[in-house]
Structure formats: C-alpha cells, structure tokens
Design a protein around this ligand. Structure first.
Ligand code: CO
Length: 257
C-alpha cells in the first residue's frame, strides 16, 4: 500500500487506557480504509516503559522513517490529541522535517480545532452525564501552559449557555484548576459531585489525580468538603460519538485538496 495514516497519540502504559486509544485508532482507520495505519506515541517516557515490557511503539519521526523506507508516497498524520497545544506544535514540526521524503504529507487536526468542535464535544459530554438533582458534574481536563488552554474556560461557557451550568470544567495542569471548581460548587450548594475525565484516556491523571485515594486527589478533597463523590473512570476515547468527531475531521481533511 502506498498511502499511510499515522495515528499519533501521547501514549499510555495503562492497559484500559490503551484500549481507549485503540478505539479511536480503529475509528480513524475506518475513515481512511485505503491507508495502512501506523501507530506512533509522542511520549518518550511511555515508549521507554513499553519497550522494557517488550513492545516497540514508534515515535512520529521513527514512523515517518519506517514509511519512507517502505517507499510510501502519501502520508496523513492524524493526532488523537485534544487541542492545538504544545504537543501538536511539536508534532507539526516533526512532520514538517520529513516533508521532503514523501510526494505528499499532511497533518490533520486534533479533536478541538474550532468553535464548532467545542460545541460538538460539549453536547456529547452533556449527553453522557445528565443533570441530577442536587448534583454537579466535574470534568477533569489536562490543561496546558499553551494558549490553547482557553478551550477549557470556553467549554465552561458553552455548558453554561447551553443550560448545563451544573457541569464544571477544571484542569490538572492549567486553568481553571480545582480551586475554581470548588468555589463554584460552593456557590451552587450541591451535595453530590460526579467526577469524569475530559480526556481521551482514563490514564494516570484520571486514576490518581482525579479519583485516586491519595490526600490530594480531587475525589479526596471534594469528599473532605462534604460532597458525596462518584467517578467515571473511562476516557472519552471509549465514547462512539467522540470517535465519530475524530473520524469526521479526518474524512473532511482527506477529501479536501
Ligand atoms: Co500530564
């Protein structure tokens, strides 16, 4: 096959989270049936841990080099990343560096690349977690030092304008953080909180920072605040509607010249 699709993810060492990445990969592959699918993970640390376990996963430059050696002419690089942040910039630079090795090389969009994408994701997530009396839904996003972090307060606004102010958006490494979420919960006077990852996979952050047993996890802190806390430990990659959003981007980009 002379055309390839490289599905690029941050990566994970958690087997259940790996299934979530693979579910998105399958949806992407189905949207590009005449392309050979190749997996790449951007995290060097994750690739090292997997290698110690006996599994080799390519970095993006390695995947591009393998395809060059096979004589692939047309490559589409599709990230499974959430937003156009630091990882996405890096991936574009890495793809750009290999451009001369192929007749054609394109880079697709992450899940959230437009206002329409944000609204579609908000609608999907709102449907997953219906409003409950006396309850709030707290979503944990990753967060970024990159300007693209604005997707989190933007999603918060979309939930509020869409009649779901009970859904609160926080991030582990960006803004808003848990402090802002706690302040809004206090104003809402709810008693029950449901935690869920606003991430592709329920990996280390969801299992430890969100719903872990440690003293700093969001679940522990919110329980100490007096809320009855439940949690979903599934990443959005498992959700068919989210897979469809990724696949729709890819289909659109593949038909555009
Ligand atoms: Co992180």
């Amino acid at each position: 096959m002379n055309q390839a699709l490289i599905c690029v993810s941050f990566g994970t060492t958690v087997p259940a989270a790996r299934q979530e990445i693979e579910a998105v990969e399958r949806a992407l592959s189905a949207a590009a049936p005449d392309r050979k699918m190749v997996r790449a993970f951007t995290s060097g640390m994750i690739r090292r841990i997997l290698k110690e376990r006996g599994e080799t996963v390519y970095s993006l430059p390695e995947a591009l080099e393998a395809l060059r050696q096979e004589g692939t002419e047309d490559v589409f690089v599709q990230p499974t990343h959430f937003l156009c942040g630091i990882e996405y910039d890096k991936l574009r630079a890495e793809a750009g560096a290999a451009r001369q090795n192929f007749a054609r090389l394109r880079v697709g969009r992450p899940l959230l690349a437009s206002t329409r994408d944000l609204r579609a994701l908000a609608e999907t997530v709102a449907a997953l977690y219906p409003a409950r009396q006396d309850g709030a839904v707290v979503l944990m996003g990753h967060g970024s030092a990159h300007f693209a972090n604005v997707v989190y307060p933007a999603l918060q606004t979309i939930f509020e304008l869409g009649g779901r102010p009970d859904i609160r958006v926080g991030t582990v490494e960006g803004w808003p953080a848990l402090a802002e979420v706690r302040r809004s919960l206090e104003q809402m006077k709810v008693r029950r909180v449901h935690l869920a990852p606003l991430m592709l996979v329920a990996g280390d952050h969801a299992r430890n920072d969100m719903a872990g047993e440690g003293p700093d996890s969001w679940q522990t802190v919110l329980e100490q605040d007096g809320y009855a806390v439940t949690a979903t430990l599934e990443g959005l990659g498992r959700c068919e509607a989210v897979q469809a959003l990724y696949a729709a981007h890819l289909r659109e980009d593949l038909t555009r010249d």
